[in-house]
Design a protein around this ligand. Structure first.
Ligand code: DGJ
Length: 517
């Protein structure tokens, strides 16, 4: 079975008994609604070296009539993925997709008496199914169980489907909490023991934003939501987060009982300074991760969707409790190649996936495809060195031109290629995002890969020792064998002064260093 496994300080996704990196792309929302429409898509994905496609499974399409399931579309997609040597991550567009419940089948939408909607703070119903309704839970759970049974029956031999996302960008809008009767009743009940126990057991590890709220109210351990967390929109959001997580956990647990794939949830990131209710609130967001973890024990990890520029900031928040990083969505812009490598190099993440991956018109020219090509070649080297303190990543821009990383007895000063004054790009207005991965394979031996970087080295042990380049080769892993394309010297190393991968290059270099007095 595909599974998550701890290796040293990191977590790997094991697929077909080997650690796997998701070189992914998510399809636009309506692209995989027919197999016919997918015909022109597969070759693009292959050209860009994807290992994995993220594909929605729509509740409305698999259960158009209550209790009558149709998985033909997903059989076709799995067969096509196999033919194209790709794995699939299925995204369960069940009760919620971007806060809303637009993918619920008509028989759910048309029976509001049985399947109640969220009411906002003015009492108006929203097209959002209520997480407090047992009927909604049972209907969603039944559909998800049928989906997992289908995957088990159709795919457990080949294991093309490797990971499940449960629901999509859960979030409460346009008010911070649900005001329909079931929700109001729950709001005045005691906070569930599960959450309070979690808070007490993890008191020293809670995220500071959440800890401060609890502290401000005197670390109470019994009471209702307003007694424990105080009155305010922040409490409305915590309350909703708990019940969204609890609902999603039940779906996840039921699905895993049938077919035990790893499962995760994703979040629409909130904009700084906005109050709950003005962004999709209560989702698996960094300030709520303790609430989600306490109620979501069957959920393997929480992950961020990026339509927001501050990549490092948000990834740091998602990994601050030692959790694994996966980026299931990033707007498909010109930064994705660099960020994909940084996700693997710096965070030792499970993978990366731009959204609407099929929208490119020129897949053969996409920097992402070239970067995925490099990571693909490096995968055995990366995965065998993960979790051991042997891999570092760097990401550079015009406003963040230099970073220092340390590996063994070496300090690497990694700069943007355009910091070299003689590069034509140095005087340009916009600098492309650059990134590198450095893998230590022996005391003095490193593989350095990426695009747009220049690297010098120092000794971390002795400041009087000079570090020289003994040998640099540019090459590729062909059939897992390192194969030299060029020996680099002269201008390519600035006569032995630095390692350089130019801005439009995507390259791997094997480097040996030595010390001299
Ligand atoms: C995030 C969602 O998860 C996607 O399904 C899609 O709606 C994008 N936003 C925006 O296009």
């Amino acid at each position: 079975m595909p599974r998550l496994a701890k290796k040293g300080t990191t977590t790997q996704l094991i697929v077909d008994d080997k650690p796997f990196i998701i070189l992914g792309g998510e399809l636009g929302n309506s692209t995989a609604t027919t197999a016919e429409n997918m015909k022109t898509v597969w070759s693009k994905l292959k050209t860009m070296n994807l290992s994995t496609v993220l594909v929605p499974v729509y509740w409305e399409l698999i259960e158009p009539k209550e209790g009558k399931f149709d998985f033909k579309l997903y059989q076709d997609l799995i067969l096509e993925a196999r033919q194209n040597e790709m794995k699939l991550v299925f995204l369960w567009f069940g009760s919620w997709k971007n806060s809303m419940s637009s993918h619920a089948p008509a028989w759910v939408k048309l029976n509001q008496g049985k399947y109640p909607r969220v009411k906002d703070n003015t009492g108006r119903s929203q097209e959002i199914l209520s997480s407090f309704s047992e009927n909604v839970l049972q209907a969603d759970k039944n559909a998800f169980e049928n989906l997992m049974r289908f995957i088990k029956d159709f795919d457990s031999k080949d294991r093309t489907v490797i990971l499940m996302q449960v629901e999509n960008e859960i979030g409460m809008l346009p008010s911070a909490r649900d005001y329909q009767t079931l929700a109001n009743d729950a709001f005045y009940q005691p906070v569930p023991a599960e959450l309070l126990q979690y808070m007490q057991n993890h008191k020293d590890q809670l995220v500071p934003e959440f800890y401060e709220i609890w502290k401000k109210n005197g670390y109470k351990t019994t009471g209702n939501w307003e007694e424990i967390f105080g009155k305010g929109l922040h409490t409305d959001e915590i309350f909703m987060a708990y019940f969204y997580a609890d609902f999603t956990d039940k779906i996840t647990e039921a699905g895993k009982k049938i077919y035990d794939l790893p499962m995760f949830v994703n979040a629409a990131l909130n904009k700084a300074g906005r109050e709950p209710g003005n962004y999709p609130s209560a989702g698996p967001l960094p300030h709520l991760m303790d609430v989600w973890k306490s109620a979501g024990k069957a959920i393997d990890f929480l992950s961020p969707d990026f339509y927001n520029p501050d990549f490092k900031h948000w990834c740091d928040l998602y990994t601050r409790q030692g959790d694994v990083l996966f980026v299931p969505e990033h707007v498909f812009d010109n930064s994705v190649a660099a960020k994909a490598l940084y996700t693997i190099g710096h965070y030792e993440g499970l993978g990366f996936s731009p959204f609407s991956i099929e929208s490119t018109q020129k897949p053969e020219e996409e920097p992402l495809g070239k970067m995925y090509g490099l990571i693909k070649e490096l995968t055995p080297l990366i995965t065998s060195h993960q979790g051991l303190g042997k891999i570092k990543g760097a990401m550079l821009s015009k406003s963040d031109q230099e970073t220092i990383v340390r590996l063994g007895k070496y300090e690497f000063i990694v700069k943007h290629d355009y910091t070299l004054s003689w590069t034509p790009g140095a005087r340009t207005e916009t600098w492309p995002l650059a990134s590198a991965i450095i893998i230590q394979t022996a005391e003095n031996e490193f593989y350095i890969a990426g695009s747009g970087v220049v690297i010098t080295t120092k000794s971390t042990e002795n400041k009087d020792l000079n570090i020289g380049i003994l040998k640099v080769d540019e090459g590729n892993f062909i059939d897992k064998q390192w194969t030299v394309k060029r020996h680099l010297n002269g201008d390519q190393t600035h006569q032995g002064r630095h390692i350089n991968i130019g801005t439009n290059q995507f390259a791997i270099q094997r480097v040996e260093f030595y010390g001299y007095r």
